[in-house]
Design a protein around this ligand. Structure first.
Ligand code: FPP
Length: 253
């Protein structure tokens, strides 16, 4: 953790979320406001990814999960999809050293077999390279859809039951958790969506059961360190009850 960054944003005494998940929205509108092509918005958005990753690492967030490309995004015009794939590839190439230097592990969730070979290969290589001695996990949700993830987990479990490897009575939360792409990761504590939209858009539906939400009108390309610090302050001021009463929580203290 970097104590200078923590004190610069008055974050020293706040409860830090262990896992932050972000729906990065508003790149297109950011570009449109300037009468620019949408791709310029995504380019600026990639710079924000860099800034927020570095910031989260500095303040001690252990898991940062970014919704970078949904299964539905394949339906966008081919030119935009191609540009996004190229941007991802550039990001993975240019940030390799930064990730290694700062002990950040890269992880990818989603149906990555649908990604073009050049992006998939680069991501897989970097996942292997960053797999040891890490302090933070950066997960990119690519070609990701939560319903698809849940269906695939259910199929895996059903196959185990069918083959006799598991009984129906063994199925519980733990079995579901370990059958999802996010197996081994804690659930998100804080979900942020930028650009003023207040919906989840098929993102981590199972995993966000007890997450806190933070919606901001700020467009993703404008979402810098100061905005992230505001989200962390908001999280730090909340009481999470996980279904219990205040009295029960006080007794546990
Ligand atoms: C939503 O904005 C954003 C996306 C669909 C893509 C997110 C991609 C990036 C932030 C850049 C590349 C990613 C990485 C990890 C380097 P939108 O296009 O839906 O915006 P709009 O709602 O204003 O049109």
């Amino acid at each position: 953790m970097n104590s200078n960054t923590l004190s610069a944003y008055n974050l020293t005494d706040i409860t830090m979320p262990k896992h932050v998940a972000i729906i990065m929205d508003g790149n297109g509108r950011w570009a449109k406001k300037r009468l620019w092509n949408r791709v310029r918005g995504h380019k600026q958005g990639a710079k924000t990814v860099d800034e927020i990753t570095t910031f989260c690492r500095a303040v001690g967030v252990e898991y940062l999960t970014l919704y970078a490309f949904s299964t539905e995004n394949w339906n966008r015009p081919k030119k935009e999809v191609d540009a996004l794939m190229n941007l991802l590839d550039e990001f993975l190439r240019d940030k390799r050293e930064t990730l290694l230097k700062n002990s950040i592990r890269l992880n990818v969730i989603g149906s990555i077999e649908r990604l073009p070979d050049f992006v998939r290969n680069r991501a897989e290589d970097l996942m292997k390279e960053t797999a040891n001695d890490y302090k933070m996990t950066l997960t990119l949700a690519l070609s990701y859809g939560s319903r698809e993830e849940i269906v695939s987990a259910v199929k895996t479990i059903a196959q185990k039951v069918e083959s006799g490897e598991m009984s129906v009575h063994d199925i519980d939360d733990k079995v579901m958790n370990s059958s999802l792409y996010t197996s081994g990761m804690p659930d998100p504590d804080l979900v942020i969506r930028t650009s003023g939209e207040q919906r989840i858009s098929n993102f981590l539906l199972w995993q966000i059961a007890y997450a806190e939400f933070y919606f901001t009108p700020v467009l993703w390309p404008d979402f810098g360190e100061a905005e992230m610090a505001k989200a962390l302050h908001s999280f730090g001021n909340r009481t999470r009850r996980f279904g219990k009463t205040d009295e029960q929580l006080n007794e546990e203290k």
